[in-house]
Design a protein around this ligand. Structure first.
Ligand SMILES: [Ca+2]
Ligand SMILES: [Ca+2]
Length: 274
């Protein structure tokens, strides 16, 4: 294996394995309304009772259905939801998308009314932004449909909201229709080729004795780790004056990991010491 190939593979694997423990790149996560505190009940519940989920409803209620209620079975497990309890609102969850290039999303949708179709709208964006409409998805009463969608994550969007809204119901009442269950998502890591869009710039590279750290976002890097190409931690220090000293290092390639105050990984960069 030539040196370049080794460096690239090593860098990609570090990018995908070092990081905040909340980020599970490449592993499918399932939000299926099964981790509820209440047992075997259909009803309206305050959003705090539904782990991971929230709603824009002013009364904060989310409508949970149990297997068999109204003749409808969950598509996964025993619980599912109907969009809208008492008022027309959005049901959503937020994902930590630092260092993420895209999300592979899948969900199951089913209509309720006997005549016609239910339609939901998928939206996404940062939690503090006007969410972007990705697409509409339509299902009838005849059974659960699985829909899949790949969502591109803009660089520096640290948190991504996934939102579902009822836009049409066969019942003509926005609070009656649009069942949702078995939401799966997989985060795809932003790897080495995304460094041009990263939050931090380290220069010069190659470097001789000092590396300057420049931040393009609100995050500040408080400390760094210097890691050898065979994965050994060589140094871990606070960053003083946005500079990292590499005076005593042997010439070669190293990985520099920038850390926040809580030791969360902010950025990783391959640096060459001359
Ligand atoms: Ca379920
Ligand atoms: Ca309802």
């Amino acid at each position: 294996m030539n040196v370049f190939k080794f460096v690239l593979i090593f860098c990609l694997s570090m990018q995908c394995s070092i990081g905040n423990t909340q980020i599970q790149f490449g592993e499918e996560q399932v939000l299926s309304f099964e981790d509820l505190d209440f047992v075997e009940v259909t009803g309206f519940f305050k959003k705090d009772a539904i782990p991971n989920w929230s709603t824009t409803a002013t009364d904060e209620y989310i409508e949970v259905w149990m297997d068999g209620n109204g003749g409808v079975d969950a598509s996964d497990g025993i619980y599912f939801v109907e969009l809208n309890a008492n008022e027309n609102a959005a049901l959503f969850f937020d994902i930590d998308t630092r260092n993420t290039s895209s999300i592979e999303l899948a969900f199951d949708h089913r209509g309720r009314g006997e005549f016609g179709y239910d339609k939901l709208q998928l939206k996404t964006g940062g939690p503090d932004t006007d969410l972007e409409v990705l697409d509409n998805f339509t299902s009838s009463v005849d059974g659960w449909n699985t829909f899949q969608f790949e969502i591109e994550i803009p660089a520096n969007q640290a948190v991504t909201r996934i939102s579902f809204e009822a836009v049409e119901t066969a019942s003509c009442d926005p609070t009656i229709g649009n069942f949702l269950d078995n939401i799966r998502y997989t985060l795809i890591a932003a790897c080495a080729d995304d460094q041009k869009d990263s939050m931090f710039n380290m220069y010069p590279n190659p470097a001789v004795d000092l590396i300057q750290v420049e931040s393009r976002g609100k995050d500040l890097a408080y400390a760094y780790q210097l890691i050898s190409m065979d994965g050994k931690l060589l140094a871990e220090n606070r960053i003083e004056g946005r500079k990292i000293g590499i005076d005593g290092l042997e010439a070669g390639q190293y990985l520099i990991v920038l850390l926040s105050e809580s030791n969360t990984v902010l950025e990783k960069k391959l640096i060459t010491k001359l």
